[in-house]
Design a protein around this ligand. Structure first.
Ligand code: NAP
Length: 607
């Protein structure tokens, strides 16, 4: 695709346009959410029915809260470390996490399956497509659970409602909404980043009389079909979708194919680059040499971190752009020249993204409205081959809200400007809450040493040591979601696996030494300070980059400076973070931790 922007004038023009587009989206209402706590109609599991069971009153070695890839990987590595009694607990009806809940039509993973699905060689599995569809990923999570024998003690359709450290016993007492009251010597919190649905507090949203659901609770009873087959009950229905993020980009084409009429309500367009998915070539798969997956995964992470590599094994939209954009070879340029050069690379890329829309979308005003005007890294990029063509169908209409978003919903439908769009069904592709207080998002509080609650301790933002432990909460481990001082590689499962290995090491080591472990407060403070004072965005031009971005999740809806300063990731690359953890493990002196002899309990024999 040709691009034309080359001069400082082009940059200045783009900056001015981007600023104008940002400014019209700055709106404090963006952060107002509908409170769904205790609202079963929004969050209930539409996919599997809960099974009656007796409450548990036993003791396990490790409780893992959350059975997505994070929890599964933690459990898998704990198993490898010799831990016997592992219990996964999840509100979902099975393992899978986001891949359990997100079954919407067309759901797939944008990160190449060969690097995203963990432990492929160990499980002797090669994904069917380069970019895997949701059902295959969900099936794979079950495979992992079976491979590491995680089902026997696990509890599904079960929400932890409270956890309290029992100092005398040296165990966590855990209470659930199914009447369980059991003990765990160690607890791992693996909630992930997409636990809590984000439902915008749009005026009148609760008055809508048609069918309405969030994308992670898709109602196939109503729409017919399933993730990969046509939604055969929508033939006479008018459907609306609010949102045009990564999820909406995947559901629009299947809805367009099935519904009589589809309205897509847009606040900010996404960047949509080609997907070019394909089936796995059996000859390629057969020729893979031992060690291939970690090599490929690490190569992907190195390149998307901007750390450079002699070859690009994946060569897709992520590696090509990030390698060009972030690679830290100054070539004698001043920091300002380098920043400008990066901005130019970004602008050229965005021009390609915008030009591609003109080649696909026939109606000029629709094409114009679909064009994103912001720097590529302000929002999560999307990849899809059927999203843009869907807008050429006569039954599909983009309703652009000029950056304002849908502000009113009535009994009958959605109002934008002066027009009401009557709907039979409204799909909320509005994403997940990643900014509320951690304990609100996970849905329970944790009481640590001396009766101190995690909600109190983290009221001004998370305080952790390496993102995985928090002082005053012994033998509690976090698989850090975004902005809790861990890291966030583009391939988030890579982050999860490295952290899971670290946590399994810690549990194994504490058990071997027969100790309970807590972090010294001063060590934690030093880590948090080092993270907060580090600049994670140096390569992009610092905090100003976020201030200039169009509002969204990554810049706290346009107000990055009001996000608590501790709500950040580790400032270096994910590789640097993994290395730091590894070096700390290798040193093995644990001077930052207070280790006390474990009170003897019934689990002593496992040691
Ligand atoms: P999202 O990225 O948070 O997008 C939410 C969308 O809702 C945005 O377009 C937002 O507009 C829009 N919105 C919110 N309130 C609105 C209102 N009042 N009126 C109109 N529009 C409104 O959520 P998502 O698409 O569900 O994606 C969530 C995350 O899931 C992604 O970041 C990604 O990491 C992950 N995901 C991954 C994959 C994958 O392939 N691995 C696929 C799907 C999702 P603004 O942009 O203006 O805020």
């Amino acid at each position: 695709m040709p691009h034309t922007a080359t001069t400082p004038d082009d940059l200045e023009r783009a900056r001015s346009k981007y600023r104008a587009e940002r400014d019209k989206r700055l709106d404090s209402n963006r952060r107002e959410l509908l409170d769904v706590s205790g609202r079963d109609e929004w969050v209930r599991d539409p996919f599997t029915s809960p099974v009656e069971r007796e409450p548990c009153h036993d003791e396990v070695d490790v409780l893992v809260v959350g059975a997505g890839f994070g929890g599964l990987l933690a459990a898998a590595h704990l198993r490898k470390a010799g831990v016997r009694r592992i219990r996964l607990v999840d509100r979902a009806g099975d393992v899978g996490g986001v891949w359990y809940w997100n079954r919407y039509p067309g759901v797939m993973c944008d990160v190449e399956s060969y690097v995203y699905l963990p432990m492929l060689e160990e499980l002797g599995y090669v994904p069917r497509h380069r970019y895997a569809y949701g059902p295959e990923i969900r099936a794979y999570t079950r495979k992992l659970a079976e491979r590491f024998d995680l089902y026997p003690l696990s509890l599904f359709h079960t929400g932890v409602t409270g956890m309290e450290w029992d100092e005398r016993e040296g165990t966590w007492r855990v209470i659930t909404d199914r009447g369980d009251d059991f003990r765990a010597r160690h607890t791992v919190l693996a909630h992930g980043s997409f636990t809590s649905l984000k439902l915008p507090a749009i005026e009148g949203i609760e008055t809508f009389r048609g069918k309405m659901f969030h994308t992670s609770r898709w109602d196939f009873e109503y729409t017919g079909g399933d993730t990969l087959s046509p939604l055969n009950k929508l033939g006479e229905k008018t459907v609306g979708v609010i949102g045009t993020g990564a999820t909406a980009v995947q559901i629009v084409a299947p809805l367009a194919e099935a519904a009589q009429q589809l309205y897509v309500f847009q606040r900010t367009p996404s960047t949509v680059a080609p997907r070019n998915n394909r089936e796995t070539d059996p000859e390629w798969a057969a020729a893979l040499q031992p060690g291939w997956q970690l090599r490929r995964r690490d190569n992907f992470t190195t390149l998307t971190n901007g750390e450079g590599a002699s070859e690009d094994l994946v060569q897709d939209g992520w590696t090509i752009f990030y390698n060009a954009m972030l690679r830290d070879d100054t070539g004698g340029r001043s920091p300002q020249e380098l920043a400008e050069q990066r901005e130019l690379i970004d602008l050229r890329h965005m021009e390609d993204v915008r030009a591609r829309i003109d080649t696909i979308v026939q109606d000029e005003s629709t094409a114009e409205a679909l064009k994103p005007y912001y720097r590529y890294q302000c929002k999560r990029p999307c990849f899809h081959d059927e999203y843009l063509p869907a807008f050429n169908q006569p039954n599909v209409r983009l309703v652009d809200t000029n950056g304002q978003g849908v502000q009113r919903i009535t009994e009958k439908g959605v109002v934008v400007g002066d027009e009401e769009y009557p709907l039979d069904c409204l799909v909320l592709a509005t994403g997940f809450d990643q900014d509320s207080l951690y304990t609100d998002r996970i849905g329970f509080d944790i009481v640590g040493l001396g009766g101190r609650k995690l909600s109190q301790k983290w009221a001004d933002g998370p305080e952790t040591f390496h993102g995985v432990m928090t002082s005053g909460f012994p033998d509690l481990f976090l698989l850090p979601p975004n902005y809790t001082q861990g890291t966030a590689a583009v391939n988030f499962v890579h982050t999860l696996e490295e952290t899971a290995r670290h946590v399994a090491f810690l549990v194994g080591e504490f058990d071997r030494r027969g100790v309970v472990a807590d972090v010294h407060e001063d060590a934690e403070r030093a880590y948090v300070d080092s993270v907060v004072n580090g600049s994670g965005l140096a390569l992009l031009g610092g905090g100003q980059f976020l201030r200039d971005c169009t509002p969204g999740r990554w810049n706290n809806e346009g107000d990055p400076d009001s996000r608590p300063s501790k709500n950040v990731n580790y400032p270096g690359t994910s590789t640097a973070y993994f290395t730091m953890l590894e070096q700390w493990r290798t040193a093995g002196d644990f001077t930052e931790l207070g280790l006390t002899a474990r009170p003897s309990s019934e689990s002593g024999e496992e040691g």
